[in-house]
Design a protein around this ligand. Structure first.
Ligand code: HEC
Length: 209
């Protein structure tokens, strides 16, 4: 004799015990704030890559293909580092960079320039170049080839693992929603995963790397 499948009609959001509701609500709130921060972060870094506020195709080109007519140091000084030094100082640095950033001019002049304007951050904050070291200045002064394959695979694997977690918990919570047609619910839960894979497929194609 075949037993009937268990009736799970009671298993939905309104019927969840209060502690589970608190857990779901807390998670959704924090994820929501996280999304706002992610948006702000993208505006302040990639959004400023071309020196103008807001996202544009140029931002994507500069960030991933690089601005091969110049160096990262020069493009940042016209972009997100624009407010860190007055115009004459920035032009002075850019001219030195365009001359190939010769080391003999670094001491004492440019060492002093970086010390006055940059190293309060660029020697303290991990993950950004340390401008007390000439080799790191030199690296930023080289032709800007954009993102490297190693950089892209590093960011991709962290993102794929992290974002899959977010989608999993979001989908899990909303799988208990009521009043949504079953097919629409399945589509809404599966879509983000498909989108993520599709996006990485296109992002990994030769057009961007
Ligand atoms: C208030 C802190 C602060 C100061 C001062 C500052 N920077 Fe930055 N810099 C940052 C942060 C944070 C980033 C990473 C975010 C970004 O790329 O905009 C960064 C990124 C950069 C990058 C890109 C690094 C990379 O490899 O992605 C360059 C080049 C740069 N800064 C140059 C300068 C120069 C030159 C000065 C001095 C004129 C300067 N910065 C002053 C905080 C600062």
């Amino acid at each position: 004799m075949k037993s009937a499948p268990p009736n799970l009609d009671w298993l939905n959001l309104p019927n969840m015990p209060a502690p589970i509701k608190a857990l779901f609500a807390g998670y959704l709130l924090v994820i929501g704030v996280g999304l706002c921060m992610a948006g702000l972060q993208i505006m302040l870094t990639h959004g400023m890559a071309d020196g103008k506020f807001g996202l544009s195709v140029d931002d994507i080109v500069y960030s991933y293909y690089g601005d091969r007519s110049g160096s990262k140091l020069a493009s940042k000084l016209n972009g997100s580092m624009q407010d860190k030094a007055p115009l004459e100082v920035r032009q002075d640095i850019i001219k030195w960079v365009q001359n190939g950033a010769p080391e003999e001019q670094c001491e004492p002049h440019f060492k002093g320039v970086f010390a006055r304007n940059c190293i309060m951050c660029h020697s303290q904050i991990p993950g950004i170049p340390n401008f007390t070291k000439f080799e790191e200045v030199k690296k930023e002064a080289a032709i800007n080839k954009g993102a490297t394959i190693e950089g892209l695979t590093r960011v991709s694997h962290i993102h794929l693992f992290g974002i899959a977690f977010i989608f999993f918990f979001m989908g899990f919570i909303f799988s208990f929603a009521i009043g949504v047609p079953r097919k629409l619910k399945i589509f809404a839960i599966a879509f983000p995963f498909g989108f993520l894979l599709g996006m990485y497929y296109h992002g990994g194609s030769p057009s961007l790397t």
